[in-house]
Design a protein. Structure first.
Length: 337
């Protein structure tokens, strides 16, 4: 990074995670739509490592006003780029003002960090977590950032009723459709069936779409962005009365996130199954139904004490969408959403 005075930076910063060799990485989409791999964290996990300061000219002194490292969770709305809404902001001071004559390494640890929301890059909004190391200087700070990805795990929803609906046009068409559940994890299979009770229009095509609706902003400044994630053909050709068509839609192949409701009062992400019928005159008939998507935890909670396990089960019984905590967390935190 060049300062506006034309002098190059006299020092370089590097952020190194202490468990970087063993930590899993998660794929995440950048704003440009590319997929990158980042270190993957869960709510309650400690974030620790070291900041490495390397002097580019070993014989020259580096004066500074202090060194710090921050852990930040923030939401950025693309229509309001200047404002970053921080919902997590932790700071550790690593060095007081002074000067360096040689390269240095500073250890840091943010213990059991609350990371309440899932990382998300959408059409109009971005939720990101990152570490930022800063050497404060009079003219130009030396700054280094490292993004991480956070996944929010959920436990199995206790109430997961099937969806049954009738849809029709009077005296022309009457169908019933059924999906086996209303809540699906991201690697789940949607199983269902469609039953034709009355068919007096010539249907030539039928499909199910998965639609993602991203809502950002509040009041008069609400933006809805609909994105068709998947189109799944159920039928090509005309059905007859009494015919029943099975549905099996595998979610694992699609780019899905968990359902997000009113995240920090800034945005929501919801998913809908859209049943679409097209007749021979290219008229479209459709019926939309919201489904809840959730991320299944592969962290096993074996290390929880028996009482904590019972308490958490009791709590999960009262909520259909409870976060699974990592085993490293204290038991009493298990009741927090």
């Amino acid at each position: 990074t060049m300062s506006f005075f034309g002098f190059g930076q006299s020092a370089e910063l590097e952020l190194v995670l202490s468990d970087g060799e063993s930590r899993r990485r998660g794929e995440h989409k950048t704003e440009e739509g590319k997929k990158e791999k980042y270190f993957l964290f869960y709510d309650g996990e400690t974030v620790s490592g070291r900041v490495v300061l390397t002097l580019k000219h070993p014989n020259k002194r580096l004066e500074h006003q202090g060194i710090k490292v921050e852990f930040i969770g923030q939401i950025e709305l693309y229509y309001d780029r200047g404002n970053h809404h921080e919902f997590v902001s932790l700071v550790k001071d690593l060095a007081r003002p002074g000067e360096f004559t040689q390269s240095q390494t500073f250890d840091f640890e943010f213990t059991h960090v609350e990371k309440p929301y899932e990382s998300y890059t959408g059409q109009n909004v971005k939720l990101r977590y990152f570490l930022r190391a800063t050497v404060s200087r009079r003219l130009n700070d030396v700054v280094k950032e490292m993004d991480i990805v956070v996944h929010t795990l959920s436990t199995y929803p206790e109430l997961n009723s099937s969806i049954k609906m009738e849809v029709g046009i009077e005296d022309c068409l009457h169908i019933e459709f059924e999906y086996n559940k209303s809540k699906y994890h991201l690697k789940d299979v949607i199983v269902g069936k469609i039953y034709f009770l009355l068919v007096r229009i010539k249907i030539k095509h039928m499909e199910i779409d998965i639609i993602k609706r991203e809502t950002t902003g509040t009041g008069p400044n609400v933006y809805h962005e609909n994105d068709t994630i998947a189109k799944y053909e159920i039928m090509d050709g005309a059905p007859v009365r009494g015919e029943s068509i099975p549905i099996r839609l595998f979610l694992a192949g699609y780019e899905l996130t968990p359902t997000m409701r009113d995240i920090n009062k800034k945005f929501s992400v919801r998913y809908y199954l859209n049943l679409v019928l097209i007749d021979e005159e290219e008229r479209r008939y459709f019926k939309q139904q919201e489904v809840v998507l959730w991320r299944k935890g592969d962290i096993v909670r074996k290390s929880m004490s028996h009482q904590a396990a019972i308490a958490s089960q009791r709590f999960e019984g009262t909520s259909s969408h409870t976060e699974a905590k990592t085993p490293s967390q204290p038991a009493e935190n298990n009741g927090r959403q």
